[in-house]
Write a protein that binds this ligand. Structure first.
Ligand SMILES: Cc1ncc(C[n+]2csc(CCOP(=O)(O)OP(=O)(O)O)c2C)c(N)n1
Length: 279
């Protein structure tokens, strides 16, 4: 359990990740703001609290792995890896530019990125393979797979879900970013998948649902997932797409879009207000 000071520190990390996202999108560049911002607290809880991971452990066979299955949200992973010192801040300025280190979707040439993702539905299978291999090696390392709610319509994902339960892969924890919106509209208006929690449970997984913007609740859920033996766990993060950017919250237009100068200022002002509250 986090004490108030630890919770505040992680909230500050999540805020810093949002500043980094704003910096990467900047003025005039398009970027996946919505699905990156909804993950800030979960990424802070994983990379800055629970994961055995760091810039000096990128090749450590016993490091924990994070696979961003919803790879379009690369900006949030880049922000976290940058804050961990895996690459210099200057790389953020060149995101999605020809020859730059950080491309539109995660690539293994980027220090700290474990898997190439972007084609939705594949990350859980990749994570399952990693988790099985780690188990064979008797490694204490854990694998975290981060999926979207729109992504739940991908069939491959459910094959991996069945296989993980069948093989009792308890070193695997999946996250479902339940932000209720996908690329162009509300998930419920595109492809209805009722009762995610019941579906995952029926597929043999331990299911936990938390407020995805409460770092303490996320950390607690991860601890519970680690304690469960004999089955994989999925943590459903109840989130708001675009969280922390008032104009983007719950707004499909900011799934992947550019900032005008005015909107960029608004974004930074909103983050500054949170910063003042956390000071
Ligand atoms: C196989 C595949 N089909 C389509 C896309 C295009 N695409 C990119 S993001 C996205 C929406 C994903 O929605 P969701 O999983 O809810 O992500 P989030 O809203 O959290 O960003 C789609 C369809 C893709 N990347 N991969």
């Amino acid at each position: 359990m986090l004490n108030p000071e630890q919770k505040k520190d992680l909230d500050k990390k999540a805020l810093q990740l949002r500043y980094d996202i704003a910096e990467m999108i900047g003025v005039g560049n398009a970027g996946h703001l919505g699905g990156s911002a909804s993950l800030a607290e979960a990424m802070a809880a994983l990379y800055f609290c629970k994961m055995n991971f760091g810039k000096d452990r990128l090749k450590d066979p016993n490091r924990d792995r994070l696979v961003l299955s919803k790879g379009h949200a690369a900006l949030i992973q880049y922000a976290a890896l940058c804050e961990l010192g895996c690459f210099p801040r200057s790389a953020l300025k060149e995101v999605k530019s020809l020859g730059g280190l950080l491309q539109g979707h995660p690539d293994r040439s980027i220090p700290g990125v474990e898997a190439v993702t972007g084609s939705l539905g594949q990350g859980l299978s990749i994570s399952l393979g990693m988790a099985l291999a780690l188990r064979l090696d008797k490694s204490p390392a854990r694998v975290y797979a981060v999926m979207g709610d729109g992504e739940q319509s991908e069939g491959q994902l459910w094959e991996a879900a069945m296989a993980a339960a069948n093989f009792k892969v308890d070193n695997l924890t999946a996250f479902l970013d339940w932000n209720k919106i996908q690329a162009t509209a509300a998930t419920k208006d595109v492809f209805v998948i009722p009762d995610f929690d019941k579906k995952w449970a029926a597929f043999g997984w331990n299911v936990l649902t938390v407020d995805g913007h409460d770092v303490a609740a996320i950390v607690e859920a991860i601890d519970k997932a680690i304690a469960v033996k004999g089955k994989p766990s999925v943590i459903i993060l109840d989130t708001v797409k675009g969280k922390g950017f008032s104009f983007a919250e719950g707004n499909p237009a900011y799934h992947n879009s550019a900032f005008t100068e005015e909107v960029y200022k608004q974004a930074v002002q909103g983050l500054d207000a949170v910063k003042a509250r956390l000071a």
